[in-house]
Design a protein around this ligand. Structure first.
Ligand code: ZN
Ligand code: CU
Length: 556
């Protein structure tokens, strides 16, 4: 007899799989006895999962079905593999095809090419500028490609532990067309950017990303972005934006992103929703209100967030954008010139709009997370570093930039917990790490990177589901699976149903936890027992199998 309390699970005990494969050949793998949360947001129920090849072919009571392998998973929960809608692994995956820190969180698909940056397209005239601006260029990432498609093929060819969905960065397009020029593009340059964008989308990019606080993205007007967004819309791409301001100007910046969605008629993803800086705390409520109003108007606007109250970015982002005009060498020359450096100081300490960094965030709340040669400063606050050097925090930061040739990162403790909870709870906000696939060993184990690289997804499940109860488990899983799949238009991932690709996570909902902290960030999470990509174990019993079944996915 059917247990009526189980009916909400949505899975009848009917052997659906017979319809899919005729019931002939045995299953490759059977996951038995677990609670299945299917990603749609509804509560879970006990269902067995049958897998053949790369797909789920059977759901229900499979106790009588033969399978090559059986995973006994009583007491565990099975969910769709997590889709990290906002990642920057496009650089690190070249050194870390095992995608250690992400796959161990249960991430089976990463959306990369965010915040305006992507390693392609490149043009021979400007390739050095792109390389100079990448914080870290691992071996293998040699920019030996011209078209976006050549790059995607090179990425795919070496094998990957997880799947990659790629966006094309507006910054990369602009560098390819006109370098780090701080002006509007000429008509020819604009045409060139459009051409490169359309080629990228035809080659497999899923959309256009912008990073409007970073040079050269910050040099672009709304009009320039609209022209490109219209071209993306014609090819069914979406628009993901690190908006023009996340502090004093956050409301204007969200309004600009929505305006682009409205005028260019394409879906908008507001990246890493936040209100940065103490004077702006509380503004996330207004941001979410704008997103809701846009949807009421009939637009498709969503956003993502990571579950931490600190952000992280390159150290040079402290500088006013004019200081970055012309690229890395020009920036370093400015920092070496006393008069220009004094101008930079003035612009940082007495900005034309809003409050200065020192007031907004405070130098105690800025931690150097990575400095490749001055390891002693990693993990220290700018105020501490300045005191030790007998200088002032901004000078210490500028000196560090010169010493490290522009390559250094920081963590800013600048957001509000109540804002974060509000964002995470909102039905149109999904989970995105804003981090990369790292590993505790080799070149990827350097520094004290933001713990989000290792902990984002388990942290949501521990802190915001189990401890604070901001979300139910099924709601949180939905924000990691079917909701990002909907944004991407991915039909056969992000959900557990017969016919879907078997990207799966087997976890212990009572034990799942992030272990990475700001002091000790290179730590894998607990409670993620198994992770399958396309039916193959990449994580088995908490260990990496070395299997690389992931693919660079192309849009439907
Ligand atoms: Zn960003
Ligand atoms: Cu980002």
């Amino acid at each position: 007899m059917l247990d009526p309390t189980r009916r909400h699970a949505g899975f009848a005990r009917a052997p659906e799989w017979r319809r899919l494969d005729g019931g002939g050949a045995p299953l490759d793998l059977k996951i038995e006895g677990a609670t299945v949360i299917d990603g749609t947001g509804t509560a879970g129920g006990r269902v067995d999962i049958g897998i053949r090849d790369e797909r789920i072919v059977a759901l229900g009571d499979l106790s009588r079905e033969h399978a090559g392998n059986t995973l006994h998973a009583s007491g565990k929960t099975v969910t769709p593999g997590f889709i990290d809608i906002h990642s920057h692994s496009d650089w690190q995956l070249w050194a870390n095809r095992r995608a250690e820190s992400k796959i161990r969180q249960g991430v089976t698909t990463e959306v990369v090419g965010n915040c305006g940056f992507s390693p392609a397209p490149v043009t021979p005239e400007h390739v050095d500028e792109l390389r100079g601006f990448a914080l870290h260029v691992p071996k293998g990432l040699d920019f030996g490609w011209a078209r976006f498609g050549d790059y995607l093929q090179a990425l795919d060819r070496g094998g990957l532990a997880l799947n990659v969905v790629h966006l094309v960065g507006h910054g990369a397009l602009r560098i390819a067309a006109m370098g780090f020029a701080r002006r509007a593009p000429s008509a020819d340059e604009m045409k060139r950017m459009q051409r490169l964008l359309v080629d990228a989308i035809e080659d497999g990019a899923w959309g256009l990303s912008t990073g409007l606080i970073y040079a050269p993205g910050s040099f672009a007007t709304t009009e320039e972005l609209l022209t490109l967004a219209r071209a993306a819309a014609r090819h069914r791409g979406f628009y993901a934006s690190h908006i023009r301001g996340e502090g004093a100007t956050v409301i204007d910046a969200v309004t600009e992103a929505i305006h682009i969605g409205r005028e260019a008629e394409l879906p908008v993803q507001i990246s890493h929703v936040k209100a940065a800086g103490r004077p702006n705390w509380g503004k996330v409520a207004q941001v979410l209100g704008l997103i809701d109003a846009a949807n009421d108007e009939g637009l498709d606007v969503m956003g993502d967030a990571y579950p931490y109250t600190a952000s992280s970015t390159s150290l040079r982002t402290l500088l006013p954008d004019w200081a970055l005009e012309g690229g890395l060498d020009a920036m370093l020359a400015r920092l070496g010139d006393a008069a220009t450096r004094a101008r930079i100081r003035r612009d940082v300490l007495e900005p034309a709009a809003g409050e200065s960094m020192a007031v907004r965030v405070g130098w105690d709340n800025v931690m150097i997370s990575w400095a490749p040669t001055r390891r002693d400063v990693q993990g220290k606050r700018l105020s501490q570093i300045a005191a030790a050097r007998g200088s002032d925090p901004l000078d210490a930061a500028m000196d560090l930039l010169v010493e490290e040739q522009g390559r250094a990162s920081m963590i800013l403790f600048q957001m509000d917990e109540a804002d974060l909870r509000r964002a995470l709870a909102h039905p149109r906000i999904m989970i995105g790490s804003d981090g990369s696939s790292l590993a505790p060993y080799g070149e990827m184990g350097a520094g004290k990177p933001h713990p989000r690289n290792y902990g984002t997804f388990p942290r949501v499940l521990r802190e915001y589901v189990r401890e604070q109860r901001v979300l139910s488990l099924a709601q949180a899983i939905h924000k990691m699976t079917a909701l990002p799949a909907r944004r991407l238009g991915l039909r056969d991932r992000g959900v557990i149903r017969a016919g879907a690709v078997a990207d799966l996570v087997v976890l212990d909902p009572r034990r799942v936890a992030d272990e990475a902290t700001y002091d000790d960030p290179h730590r894998y999470p607990a409670g993620i027992d198994h992770v399958l990509v396309a039916g193959r174990f990449v994580i088995k019993d908490g260990g990496h199998t070395g299997s690389l079944p992931g693919r660079v996915l192309t849009p439907p």
